[in-house]
Design a binder for this molecule. Structure first.
Ligand code: AVJ
Length: 318
């Protein structure tokens, strides 16, 4: 069961940071990106010309919102995983609220600041919305709640791409087991495409993605009294063809040591050694079929853009 917290008391990042940096190949969980600063940087990424994901998914939602609402059926509660600023969600909530009357909206996110921002925006746009934000890590399971069904679980933005396919299937399967027959899930998936489109999306010309990646080190400095020198790490984005994923790393520009005072732990870095900070899987039709099968879900309908870069799927428990 997820442990959800008050909007004001975030959990410590120490266990995630220590386990990631303690691996032989150092890594940091992408969920650590999203402190207030990281969430704001992510919002900037979403508006970048190179970052096609957000505008493509928004366009698919905008052109199909009535069809999507129809496919969802009669919905009383919308639960959104990794809601962030929920900027793409407003349109769908508006459509559902206009049709079904009062809708309960449960946005779940690790970032309290992003949720507060989202709640304020949505309540003014849709007065009939009953808002119940939850600060939680949905990867630990969905918080137990007694919201009125049927429920629509929104998992858009392609954050599922952050998980290894096996873990993605396990996560979807765990969610599926909480679903009633009339419940639906709307899943946003970024599809495999040419590297010349993918690479700039994760290494933009203004350096916003680099700042977003490095922000995790800034956050560790702040929250664990670390002494990471941000100038001694470089943002690196690579396309891993055999795994069908974009990877982000922070590469150490020198041999150096970093000390995290509040946990009394130090870490050594060789020149060129990287901290692997994110995987962003890009799904092929075959991998997507495998994912749904392994999760015990069926895709009832899907929507895409002209270039077939991104897809939204309406899923039901098998
Ligand atoms: C929020 C996980 C969908 O993988 O594209 C943006 C995060 N990383 N730029 C993604 C991200 C670098 C994003 N997701």
């Amino acid at each position: 069961m997820a442990t959800s917290r008050e909007l004001s008391t975030p959990p410590t990042i120490a266990p995630d940071v220590l386990s990631g940096l303690g691996q032989p190949r150092k890594c940091l969980s992408p969920k650590l990106f999203y402190d207030a600063r990281g969430s704001a940087l992510f919002e900037q990424i979403c508006e970048l010309p190179e970052y096609y994901l957000t505008r493509t998914e928004r366009a698919i939602l905008a052109s199909n919102v009535d069809l999507i609402a129809a496919a969802a059926g009669n919905i009383h509660t919308v639960v959104e995983l990794g809601a962030g600023s929920a900027s793409k969600t407003a349109l769908l909530l508006q459509t559902l609220a206009r049709r079904d009357g009062v809708v309960t909206y449960v946005p779940i996110d690790v970032s309290g600041s992003a949720l507060r921002h989202a709640a304020r925006q949505l309540q003014t746009k849709i007065p009939r919305l009953r808002l119940a934000p939850v600060v939680a890590d949905y990867t630990c399971g969905l918080p137990a709640r007694k919201d009125p069904g049927p429920r629509l679980i929104l998992y858009i933005g392609s954050s599922i791409g952050n998980f290894e396919p096996m873990q993605a299937a396990a996560l979807l399967s765990r969610i599926r087991r909480t679903m009633q027959p009339a419940d639906r899930m709307l899943l946003g998936i970024d599809l495999a495409k040419a590297p010349h489109v993918l690479l700039p999306a994760y290494n933009d010309s203004q350096g916003v993605t680099a700042a977003f990646n490095k922000n995790v080190l800034h956050r560790i400095n702040q929250e664990l009294e670390g002494d990471f020198n941000l100038d001694q790490f470089c943002h690196v984005a690579v396309w891993n063809q055999s795994e069908s994923r974009m990877e982000m790393h922070l590469e150490s520009a020198a041999a150096q040591q970093v000390w995290l005072k509040s946990v009394s732990r130090g870490f050594r870095f060789e020149t060129g050694e990287t901290i692997h900070t994110e995987n962003s899987y890009k799904y092929t039709p075959a991998l997507l079929r495998w994912l749904f099968g392994a999760a015990g879900m069926t895709s009832l309908q899907s929507w895409t853009d002209d270039q077939n870069w991104f897809e939204l799927h309406m899923l039901t428990a098998v």
